[in-house]
Design a protein around this ligand. Sequence first.
Ligand code: R64
Length: 395
Amino acid sequence: EGAIDSDKTPDDIPNEPLPLLKDFEWCEVDLDSKEEIDDLFTLLHENYVEHQDATFRFNYPPEFFQWALKPPGWLRQWNVGVRVRTTGKLVAFISAIPTNLKIRGKSIKSVEINFLCIHKKLRTKRLAPVLIKEITRRVNKENIWQAMYTAGVVLPSPISVCRYNHRPINWSKLYDVGFSHLPENITKTQMISKYILPSNTIIEGLRKIKFQDIEQVSKLFADYNKNFELVQDFSIEELKHWLIGDEKVIQTYVVENPITKKITDFFSFYLLPFTVLNNPLHKELGIAYLFYYASDCCLDKPRFDPEATKLLSKRLKSLINDALIISKNLKIDVFNALTSQDNNLFLEPLKFGPGDGFLNFYLFNYRSKKINGGMKEDTREWDIENRSNVGIVML
Ligand SMILES: Cc1c(C(=O)c2nccn2C)oc2cccc(OCCCNCc3cccnc3)c12
């Protein structure tokens, strides 16, 4: 377990970008330019990962890019684009953001690679390996030698794999767009009532996070994260960025004990809508993705102590149930979560359904034993007993 190729220094890395086909040129997408954000939106909206036979496409609000691509330590040269020399059209993109990973207690300065996208018309030109090599060169220049990335597709040696899960919030809209189906011998009314949620949250002391909560939340999050083998080691500044931002993108709530004024729990989810193509009734799907959360319940007991498991299950059920209620009030149509963290304790009771998507986690230039992603090996069903050892949530 450890780095595979570990004897290079930045001086060994070429200063010049990799050669490109003659009609194309490298560029840095300037996230402070509205025009270039629009270029990036257009490229991704028309050419990025599609879901369910291209019915759904990620519909990025400009604020999403500011949040996802400009965390503390972000670098302009890590938002790498390829433009057509003559027209300036953006035809490919790849990004890196800095992160401190911890794998089984070992700290690794790393980056997260995301948003790899190549225009549909350039798919056969072997451009993806060139983009990956170029972003690797730019990251190595900063003396960083490991990278984490996720993909729906299976590539050589995933470190872990988690399953997509969905909790309908507006079931009838999901049915209208063909995402949810009506099971045999059940009426639409019965399906709608199955997913009904109250209008108000239930936990006493639940409130939106404030900047002054970050110290407490950081301590709670670090303690809770000791449960997992793969986590992000956030600085206070990084945690502030990821948990407090434009409410159109990131929603974070804390539970403050009314008597002790201590923060005992928090949860967060990010919002990233889908455009719905070719549907007469609906143009967009509101999607919430469960992000980071933590609870101080039974941190003093072993993780799989039966009593601790019962208490944590109860606590997380009510915590995430309030997240569902808040998402409903934000006009979300479906709440997504993976089988990572302790999610398997509440997926079933909160009426999530297993999806047919899987998220593979990869760690470049690091050999590691596989990490349990919360699924049973053979059936890929939720492993409720072992839960998962993945504490990282990649966007
Ligand atoms: C994608 C996704 C979907 C869907 O495709 C989906 N939900 C409702 C309808 N559909 C078709 O369902 C999930 C459940 C858990 C985690 C997920 O994704 C986890 C990773 C999300 N990445 C978002 C992202 C990040 C960076 C750039 N673009 C997009 C997903």
